[in-house]
Write a protein that binds this ligand. Sequence first.
Ligand code: FAD
Length: 444
Amino acid sequence: MAIDFDVEPEFQEQIDWVENFVLEEIEPLDHFMSAGCDKNGNPLDKDGWDAIRAHITQLKNQVKERGLWGFHLGPDLGGPGLGQVKLCLLNEKLGKTRMGPTLFGCQAPDTGNMELIAHNGTEMQKEKYLQPLLSGEKHSAYSMTEPHAGEPGEFQCSAVRDGDHWILNGEKWFTSNGAGADFLIVMAVTSPDKPLLERASMFIVDRETTGVEIVRNVHTFGTNLKENYNTAPGRGGHAYIRYDNVRIPAENLLGTEGAGFVGSQTRLSGGRVHHAMRAVGVCTKALDMMCERALSRKAKGQLLADLQMVQADIADSYIQLKQFRLHVLYTAWLIDKTGAYTSEIRKEIASIKISAAKVNHDIVYRAIHLHGALGMSNETPLGDMWMSAPQMGIMDGTTEAHKSNLSKLLLRAYEASDDIFPTYHLPKLISKAQDKFQKIIDAY
Ligand SMILES: Cc1cc2nc3c(=O)[nH]c(=O)nc-3n(C[C@H](O)[C@H](O)[C@H](O)COP(=O)(O)OP(=O)(O)OC[C@H]3O[C@@H](n4cnc5c(N)ncnc54)[C@H](O)[C@@H]3O)c2cc1C
């Protein structure tokens, strides 16, 4: 029997350190950054922001000293090579924060792009683009979705070979961090007549290349629309980008020509597991808040905790969270064991991607509801957490697309019944059993 839910004591120490770092350093930083002002409501001036930036660098140094910088990376890329299960246990802690992944050098979309270049890049690309990403000197974005289509079969942005360059034309949007990136990895159709999986290629495009135009810096709802017109780096957002006759050196083709869609799975599969485990962190925080509130607030002279419908909400949330967490860890364990994204593993990844949105939605909704008006205010982290549920159901592939994929993978293991009645049609089975037992009875 090899099933074991224990964590090695040395690694438990790392988890405990991260948990404490989250509590003492990252959450306060999140709170300060979300206010962005002093106690009198005065916005920070340049010196104030310089001080905060220096403090952030010092926090990153503490993470590096602890050996946890870029903890998603293998030793060949300067990371600790922890494997997916340990990554999950750390991501669970960081999921409770906004700034955590940045302080640990494992923020999306850079993490996925690191994996892409590490797996598909040439030596030149690794040196010029991967190394500065690993050290945190540069930032990147991944530009695949188009304003008119999120479905690869509908993509129009194209690249055409011209001597030792490619000429890129088209529009992309929801390129997270596109405005602040030093370079973008762009998916473009290079062979429109080939089968879907051979139709597109990926290119590394320097952000400053002539013809790369940020049309708007789109934000998710809840952000003032005027922010969409601020395309200065460092504002977050999901850029709407026009590529207008952008000349890309041929050496910036990432992977082989036509392997874009297949190659992109390297980036998306691992990323989905990390997102799922961060969702565990979000939901744990929501459940903790729910329990504290239930024990602190009274209605009609009774604690909320003593009301049966509140109790049912707490119990349902706990069960959903526990099941989800175990499923994510099981998926991570399978990846560690197999070392590849096999169809067996893709089945589990699709499942946890689907659950992440649902579990996040259900638990955070209950927590908001239990907090009443306070839950609806902007004075708790619940509003932010609420946003992650619909996002999770859309980014990195919609829930519907994953459900469709999952059911196809599941159905591969089955065959149609060769009879008009199903295999488990009782009259048929009973008749067979009667034949079998009649023989036993006769022999006796
Ligand atoms: C926060 C966030 C960050 C993102 N970051 C990036 C990024 O960095 N780079 C990037 O390229 N993209 C990014 N995206 C875009 C994301 O990948 C797409 O939104 C996603 O792939 C879905 O595409 P779409 O928005 O065009 O929706 P559509 O494909 O138009 O889907 C709309 C709806 O159609 C239905 N639908 C779609 N497919 C199916 C199906 N197979 N079966 C049944 N119904 C279906 C569903 O109801 C779905 O919700 C981001 C999105 C979000 C929300």
